[in-house]
Design a protein around this ligand. Structure first.
Ligand SMILES: Nc1ncnc2c1ncn2[C@@H]1O[C@H](COP(=O)(O)OP(=O)(O)OP(=O)(O)O)[C@@H](O)[C@H]1O
Length: 324
């Protein structure tokens, strides 16, 4: 999924500028102490800028409680930001909800279906509310629910409910699709089914915003990735851009017959325990030096690899909350 080069403002389907969201908890009586707990305010989103272009899949990653759902809910128009501006397809998602709603598909973390309806009844009901919907049968087929069409929605498994959610969101062939952890709890085959559907939508020019805890999902699907931590976007860019600043690693078990003092690795950091870990911005050069130093001596469990998204993610997650 190549990203359109030189994207202009008109390519941007979702734009957030300086967005903040605070939650206020009302004062309450503590029954044990008999005292009132005062009103408190907590800022979950602390100045987020991001944009998602048409024909692009943007993955929003983050630690638990980072503020992903709080951000996604603002984009969906379920709440207003306490500061900043949001535009979806050029419109305010709260004030101009009517202009955005039918062009946007949403899969929330938890969904509810009327329990008395079967899968097919639910899908037909939803189909009737849409302007130019895709056919019900084709959508149920696409998410492998055709054989479950007559089952009541409350008898579906968690994974089947998730797939029904996705089918309903895609039925409108939306220009913007927002997926909040769509594949959590799904088996690998169902996950691949959903990946295929979402990829097809992006290829047809829709903008997709995906939150996920599966880093490989972001690695495989996303044109751009943002890592959120403690209410702010800590890293953002293509996968290559995100890992570029993080050093590569060479590891091997500590050799008995070699003198570590003779190992020269300029620009690299060497950590010595039972294992030697070398972090380097120049993997090829440092590896050549390590191999020359080792000569004929075999290095146990030798491993050399460029930085991974997981490494970057863990480094962000380790940051103190106040300095994120
Ligand atoms: N209604 C609420 N009232 C008060 N605080 C809230 C409310 N909803 C969320 N929060 C807090 O806001 C912060 C961000 O929560 P949010 O659900 O947006 O994070 P998240 O990145 O989606 O997390 P996860 O990956 O665990 O789903 C958390 O500290 C959470 O406790």
């Amino acid at each position: 999924m190549p990203t359109a080069a030189g994207a202009t403002r008109t390519d941007e389907a979702i734009v957030l500028s300086g967005v903040r969201r605070s939650y206020t908890t009302a004062s309450r009586l503590n029954l044990l102490s008999g005292r009132r707990v005062p009103t408190a305010s907590f800022e979950a989103v602390r100045g987020v800028d991001l944009s998602v272009r048409r024909g692009e899949l943007f993955a929003l990653l983050g630690t638990n409680g980072a503020g992903k759902t709080s951000t996604v809910e603002l984009i969906e128009g379920l709440a207003r930001p306490s500061a900043g501006e949001i535009r979806v397809l050029g419109h305010d998602p709260v004030a101009e909800r009517g202009r955005v709603r039918f062009r946007t598909g949403v899969v929330l973390q938890s969904s509810g279906f009327p329990s008395a309806l079967t899968v097919a009844e639910m899908a037909r009901l939803w189909h009737g509310t849409l302007t130019r919907p895709l056919p019900v049968d084709a959508m149920l087929e696409a998410v492998d629910l055709a054989g479950r069409a007559d089952v009541e929605t409350n008898k579906l498994s968690g994974g089947e409910r998730r797939r029904l959610d996705v089918a309903l969101a895609l039925m409108a062939d939306p220009e913007v699709l927002i997926l909040d952890e769509p594949t959590t709890g799904l088996d690998p085959e169902s996950r691949r089914t959903i990946w295929g559907l979402v990829t097809g939508l992006v290829e047809r020019g829709s903008a997709v915003l995906l939150t996920t805890h599966y880093l490989e999902e972001a690695e495989q699907l996303a044109d751009r990735i943002a890592i959120m931590h403690a209410g702010v976007i800590a890293r953002e860019g293509t996968l290559a851009e995100i890992v570029a600043d993080t050093p590569s690693r060479i590891t091997f078990t500590r050799p008995e017959h070699l003198d570590l003092a003779r190992l020269e690795t300029p620009g690299a950091r060497v950590h010595v325990t039972d294992e030697i870990v070398i972090e380097t911005p120049t993997l090829q050069d440092t590896l050549a030096r390590v191999l020359a130093w080792a000569g004929d001596e075999p290095l146990g469990s030798l491993n050399a690899r460029v930085a991974s998204l997981e490494q970057v993610f863990l480094a962000v997650a380790d940051r103190p909350l106040t300095n994120a």
